[in-house]
Design a binder for this molecule. Structure first.
Ligand SMILES: NC(=O)c1ccc[n+]([C@@H]2O[C@H](COP(=O)([O-])OP(=O)(O)OC[C@H]3O[C@@H](n4cnc5c(N)ncnc54)[C@H](OP(=O)(O)O)[C@@H]3O)[C@@H](O)[C@H]2O)c1
Length: 237
């Protein structure tokens, strides 16, 4: 194996890995030799089960729904004293069509988008941070659409707002925990063909995820919060 492709994070916990980008990230880390704990929220996650079958000694499957604080607590309890080098929270939803104005979304969908993409992610980060080794990395899947500066075209109004909220919440987290010395990352992976990204997306999962993981790997051991695209370039807040 190319040494570049051996994971610098030797153990990773990936939240939201049943399909899409989270699953592909779990596959990348398993292929790079890391110990992987990958979570799904349903009882059945066939693609993750197949990954575990291929890597029986290094891949574990856990369960958590980030909308449910009790499930996050239960996961933390099950992990016990175990630590990981990387916590990567990938879970997210996009519930409204591109052209739906924020004022037209149902209150239920607004609350669910904000709960999963911002509050649920931050609860997961807060509750599991102690399971990340000192000097380890906490990565969170944001989006280029979370950039306030770059929002000149509009669209996906509530989804954008949820990722901007996530970015702001991570800045507050980073300020409050600045002395801890962990690497904190908000990632903008690009527009990728997944269930969420849709058929019109410009990138295949296999094009986007390896460079994204390379970027997370390159950031290991560099404390502080950064908002980066998959190639490691800074995204304007
Ligand atoms: N695709 C893109 O173009 C793109 C671009 C920028 C950012 N992103 C972000 O990347 C992340 C993954 O997106 P994707 O394209 O892979 O989407 P996806 O194919 O729709 O997959 C979403 C994943 O999140 C999980 N999830 C959703 N709600 C959850 C919850 N409450 N608790 C735990 N897991 C939950 C899903 O689990 P279930 O299978 O149980 O539903 C699934 O594993 C999201 O945060 C998204 O906003 C995607």
């Amino acid at each position: 194996m190319d040494p570049k492709e051996t994971s610098r994070h030797s153990s990773v916990l990936i939240i939201g890995a049943s399909r899409g980008l989270g699953l592909a990230i779990a596959r990348q880390y398993a292929a790079r030799g890391a110990r992987v704990i990958a979570t799904a929220r349903g009882e059945s996650a066939p693609a993750l089960s197949a990954l575990r079958h291929d890597h029986p000694d290094t891949v574990e499957i856990e369960r958590v729904d980030v909308d449910d604080p009790a499930q996050i607590d239960a996961l933390a309890t099950r992990l016990g004293e175990r630590t990981v080098d990387l916590l990567f929270v990938v879970a997210g939803v996009s519930l409204a069509p591109v052209d739906e104005a924020a004022a037209d979304i149902s209150t239920e969908d607004f609350v669910r988008t904000m709960t999963t993409n911002a509050l649920g992610v931050m609860r997961t980060v807060e509750r599991l941070a102690d399971r990340v080794s000192p000097g380890g990395t906490i990565a969170v899947m944001s989006s280029g659409q979370g950039s306030v500066t770059n929002n000149t075209t509009g669209g996906f109004e509530v989804y954008r707002a949820s990722k901007a909220a996530l970015n702001q919440l991570m800045r507050s987290y980073a300020a409050r925990r600045a002395s801890e010395g962990r690497t904190l990352l908000l990632l903008a992976p690009g527009w990728i063909r997944t269930d969420m990204g849709g058929e019109g997306a410009g990138l295949e999962i296999d094009e986007a995820v390896p460079p994204l993981v390379d970027t997370v790997e390159a950031q290991r051991g560099t404390p502080g919060l950064r908002y980066l695209d998959r190639h490691g370039a800074t995204v304007a807040w």
